[in-house]
Write a protein that binds this ligand. Structure first.
Ligand SMILES: [Zn+2]
Ligand SMILES: [Zn+2]
Length: 348
């Protein structure tokens, strides 16, 4: 066992505190990663506060991890000491079901093993990236291209792949009109990636407060959804809408913006079910869909795509003792656009 420094939630209601946790010994197929940076995802907050179900405490979260390989197991072939690597939302899967065999491990029929708050293969509870080191099976470790600035790369591992996967699956590209609902951690990545894929990109945000950023990051158009005229002007307009908002929205109003064979994909998860009007789907043969992160092969494809197109998340680098304040700012949408923890400050 390796004892490492970390920031953990002691309970659902207390702030995160500095502590130590145990990492398993490096097995034959494992790599040991010295974490350099760890992103803060809204899911981290939902999880530690018990809003997505009861969890065991203390719990370390964080599933946007980049770092350097410092040790490899005897059977490891994909990574070597010194490699720049990343770990995203999952650290294992069954490897045998039809979805795993198709390279879609995120949809593992036995359930993928989440990077934190999940039961690992050895029965322990997985602990996430707000820590100095992590031990991960080599198959779930990604290569982070040198050209992506390391201190910005971490959010690609969740926000990046969560938006890249549906954009790629539903063929965002030249001639396609893509709308991104919400200009937060996920939304700003969707704008950059959809733009790089060649699509015509429109941001649908509650207000115009981030309009300048949206246009700078690659959006062609920017509309406020608080303005009723937006919905009449853009009716029957989009091929693809990526909904990154986790609050409940009037889903039928957004569905009505889809043109023939258009698809609205939700990647944000509201707590309550959304009432979808089937008659709205009849019109224009519309589809309402969901998408969850991406497989390992596709995550690597996304990292390579971002390197090729010079795409990196907009980040605010913080020290570990600022995590609790950062959480409050995430909850009030006061971050442009992702907090990243400098892991060197975790042991300070
Ligand atoms: Zn996440
Ligand atoms: Zn599986």
């Amino acid at each position: 066992m390796l004892t490492v420094d970390a920031y953990a939630a002691p309970s659902a209601t207390e702030p995160l505190v500095k502590t130590t946790i145990e990492r398993r010994d490096v097995g034959a197929n494992d790599v040991l990663i010295e974490i350099a940076y760890s992103g803060i995802c809204h899911s981290d907050i939902h999880t530690v506060r018990g809003e997505w179900g009861q969890i065991a405490y203390p719990q370390v979260v964080g599933h946007e991890i980049v770092g350097t390989v410092t040790e490899v197991g005897s059977a490891v072939t994909k990574h070597k000491v010194g490699d720049r690597v990343g770990v995203g939302c999952m650290v294992n899967s069954c490897g045998e079901c039809e979805n795993c065999l198709a390279g879609e491990e995120q949809y593992c029929l036995a359930g993928n093993t989440g990077t934190y708050a999940a039961v690992d293969r050895d029965g322990t509870i997985t602990q996430g990236g707000y820590s100095t080191h992590v031990v991960v099976v080599e198959d779930f470790v990604l290569k982070v291209p040198e050209s992506i600035p390391f201190e910005k790369a971490a959010p690609l591992l969740c926000a990046g792949i969560t938006t890249y996967s549906p954009l790629a699956h539903w063929n965002a590209g030249p001639g396609k009109r893509v709308a991104v609902v919400g200009m937060g951690g996920l939304g700003h990545m969707a704008v950059k990636i959809a733009h790089a894929m060649g699509a015509e990109v429109t941001v649908l945000s509650q207000s115009l407060s981030k309009q300048e950023d949206g246009l700078r990051l690659g959006a062609d158009h920017y509309y406020a959804t608080s303005d009723e005229a937006t919905f009449s002007e853009l009716k029957n307009h989009f091929d693809l809408i990526i909904n990154t908002v986790s609050a409940s929205i009037d889903i039928n109003a957004y569905l009505s913006l889809l043109r023939l064979d258009g698809t609205l994909v939700s990647v944000g998860a509201p707590a309550e079910p959304l009432p979808v009007g089937v008659f709205t789907l009849f019109g224009n043969r519309r589809t309402f869909a969901g998408s969850s992160i991406g497989g390992i092969r596709e995550t690597q494809e996304m990292l390579d795509f971002c390197a090729e197109h010079d795409i990196a998340p907009e980040t605010e680098l913080i020290s570990a003792d600022y995590i609790n304040e950062a959480y409050e700012r995430v909850l009030s949408s006061d971050v442009r656009y992702r907090f990243v923890i400098d892991a060197a400050t975790i042991s300070a």
